[in-house]
Write a protein that binds this ligand. Sequence first.
Ligand code: HEC
Length: 264
Amino acid sequence: MKLVILSFFFLFSLGASSAESAPCGNYGECDEFAPQLNNLESLQLGAVTFMNNCYGCHSLKYSRWNRIAKDLEIPEEIFASNLVYGQTVKLGDTMNGSMKKEVAETWFGISPPDLTLVTRLHGSDWVYTYLKTFYEDSSKPYGVNNMVYPGAAMPNVLASMQGQQILSCKQVPIIASNGGVKRDSSGNNITEEKCGYLKTIPGSGTLSTEEFDEVIYNLVNFMTYVGEPSRADRERIGWYVILFFIIFTSFAYLLFKEYQKDYH
Ligand code: HEC
């Protein structure tokens, strides 16, 4: 029996660790992302960023224009005149993107993937970190590379907001074999130079680091919503279901007590 329980735990821990190790490439652990699917303002701002900066290349073909307008509570006229791209588009259409696949392939070597489900494919943490970790790399065709997805064929479309991000080096403390920081005889930490850290050149973008993070937060919040539009409803209904079970269980228990009386 013990063996069975132990092997169960072993399998479980294997499963848990493989889920954890979906790290962000050269960046290591991804930055954490906690969606706020009831925050309509954030979702609306995210939708605007997406339509203005991403939709030119990436489709959201499993979602429909009017579903987004409805869920995000954007009046259809405002939505249609500000966010819908393409003259012939009807609000009931799917969002098929505006770029032809063959054209994209000649430009980028690969056509930009559909992003409807990208937050579910890679996780929102991954997408959030990916969008913040482009850096300048003159050896690449667009002059940029990415920490999370090295060699990505996507240009850094938000560079003007974020500013110039480069890889830099810094002094980090050396960790001794006992896990502590190595010190010299006068008690100062011994450091070594390590490279591969991201650094944004202050003042080179139109937004500060915090403002840029917020733009990306709202954008990924929107992309998380698009990946599962009914998630906010599902989570809300889940609470009612749990409440129902609690109430139902208490009645079932009372009934059980009532039946027990017959045995005595
Ligand atoms: C100029 C065209 C272009 C624009 C604009 C663009 N992308 Fe991309 N994107 C690409 C290409 C091309 C790839 C494929 C990269 C590869 O696989 O090497 C890509 C890949 C991605 C991926 C990785 C998808 C995957 O499954 O690997 C994400 C996420 C992404 N883009 C998000 C965005 C977001 C968000 C925006 C808007 C801020 C955006 N992109 C704007 C061209 C573009």
